[in-house]
Design a protein around this ligand. Structure first.
Ligand code: SF4
Ligand code: F3S
Length: 85
């Protein structure tokens, strides 16, 4: 699956949602723990690993999970956890 990391916070460019063929990228509600709460997350159950969103994001916030930079590792669980609510 693909994961959206910290650069999305406060940016929310939304280009990723326009290119995703399965509409699996979703905005979040404000939640505790984020200084600027709102960002978008990818539903790992629906992502088909097409890679289209990576190029679309102007701030390089999206990564294949296995290439997620170590300092943003927590975002893999944040993306997944959001859809388990
Ligand atoms: Fe959507 Fe493809 Fe990005 Fe997965 S890799 S979130 S399917 S655009
Ligand atoms: Fe965020 Fe980049 Fe999409 S800033 S909303 S991941 S295009």
């Amino acid at each position: 699956t693909y994961v959206i990391a910290e650069p999305c916070i406060g940016e929310k460019d939304h280009s990723c949602t326009e290119v995703c063929p399965v509409d699996c990228i979703h905005p979040t509600q404000d939640e505790p723990g984020f200084a600027e709460a709102t960002m978008l997350y990818i539903d790992p159950e629906e992502c088909i690993d097409c890679d289209a969103c990576v190029e679309a994001c102007p701030v390089d916030a999206i990564f294949p999970e296995d290439l997620l930079p170590a300092q943003w590792a927590e975002y893999a669980e944040r993306n997944a956890a959001y859809f388990k609510q």
